[in-house]
Design a protein around this ligand. Sequence first.
Ligand code: FAD
Length: 275
Amino acid sequence: MNTELSIEFFPPQTAEGLVKLRAERAKLAALRPAFFSVTYGAGGSTRERTFAIVKEIAAEGFDAVPHLSCVGSTRANIREALGEFRAAGIRRIVALRGDLPSGMAETGELRHANELVEFIRAESGDTFQIIVAAYPEWHPQAKNPETDLQNFARKASAGANAAITQYFYNADAYFYFVEKAQKLGVEIPIIPGIMPIVSFYKLARFSDACGADIPRWMRRQFESYADDVESIRAFGLEAVTRLCERLLQGGAPGLHFYSMNQSALVLEIQRRLGG
Ligand code: FAD
């Protein structure tokens, strides 16, 4: 079973959060992930913090992967970021369109992620491996599944090397998406993004916004636990571990964990998977 693993963090807003992230990262390092990635706040709002954490991770000897979005940005800004990455020895980037922060109207010079991938390739040749986003349950702004899939394929044609999906809890959605993408000629690995479940209610709110579905059988089970945090944790662990098992058995090329800067659930899921 291929269990290549990667783990995502977000840049904390406080010094305390940063200290905590270092401690959680040290625990996750025991899993020897292929890389740690760090998100980029909407419209580049965390740019300095993202770069600082990426550099810190790289200095610890790990493959550190910055996310980079183009919305609200200029070619000059992106060129500058690529120069900084190259100087820091970064070899992989998660390239995204991103979302505009509320109140920001300027969309920027590159409108979609495929344009960002093209720009990175034109500027930097093969310096970077480029990872893009995929949506097995479709991007919330997609006109329809077919055009969303074609737009995904454009990112691969523009030079992306791999994709990571939005999280999902329905393995069939992932397998169907991969099959359809392959029929369109997409050959890059599509790595499932896995969201461990800490708080069902927070997850439900977030999922509505990003278009990820929590299946009814899971919702009903979580709702039956009301505020029983232990039962929510136990069921969440069971459901997500089963999902990972199915994905890996079905040929998923690895797992990418949205850690939410916490190690415990990722470590426990990996332990149950025998990793
Ligand atoms: P695109 O691939 O550009 O797609 C966006 C929409 O436009 C889709 O509906 C698509 O069908 C359509 N589209 C795409 N290309 C074209 C085209 N050429 N012409 C017309 N329509 C097109 N957000 C952040 O702000 N920071 C992060 O760090 C971050 N990390 C993420 C990591 C992963 C693994 C994932 C899955 C998402 C992440 N996001 C992040 C969220 C992401 O930025 C949003 O989902 C955003 O709305 C879309 O970004 P994208 O790169 O998928 O965009």
